[in-house]
Design a protein around this ligand. Structure first.
Ligand code: FES
Length: 161
């Protein structure tokens, strides 16, 4: 059905065409696959993702630390002209730790989809539980999402805004 729908889109040339996706996750993955098979450049594809509810924080805290998260790590956050240093415990996200310490950082979905919490990692390594909110070029440039980001090294510096 998707193939038939895509064939009905008038051919104005790729430079004048933008693909916008919004719908259930499975459908969006199918559309992604279809557009990739048609060699549609990633920068021409935009997605609007929604999630049902939020992650249960109590449940999340009981999860075992993921690979590489073995100890609390210091993270430096630069935001709005201020610099904050926080210790992020294994299994806790950078944003969650900052908010617990009263640091007022931007956020919305807290699920790695809206990018309201996006920052640029100037140094160090950050692992994301969810990468769907960032484009490949943003990831290549070092952008991270603090709501689903975990420091993997002790020298993480993130600039927000
Ligand atoms: S708050 Fe939405 S992606 Fe982080």
């Amino acid at each position: 059905m998707l193939s038939k729908l895509v064939e009905r889109i008038p051919d104005w040339g790729i430079e004048k065409t933008t693909y916008l996706m919004c719908g259930p996750e499975g459908m969006m993955k199918n559309v992604d696959t279809l557009l990739a098979a048609r060699s549609i450049p990633k920068e021409k594809i935009f997605k609007e993702s929604f999630v049902q509810g939020t992650i249960d924080k109590a449940e999340k805290k009981e999860e075992p630390a993921s690979d590489g998260e073995v100890k609390a790590r210091e993270v430096t956050i630069r935001y709005d002209g201020e610099e904050y240093k926080i210790m992020v415990e294994p299994g806790k996200a950078i944003l969650e730790t900052a908010l617990d310490q009263g640091i007022d950082l931007p956020y919305s979905c807290q699920s790695g989809l809206c990018t309201a919490c996006r920052g640029k990692a100037l140094s160090g390594k950050v692992k994301l539980d969810e990468e769907e909110g960032l484009s490949q070029s943003e990831r290549d440039e070092g952008y991270v999402l603090t709501c689903v980001g975990h420091p993997m090294t002790d020298d993480v510096v993130i600039e927000i805004g």
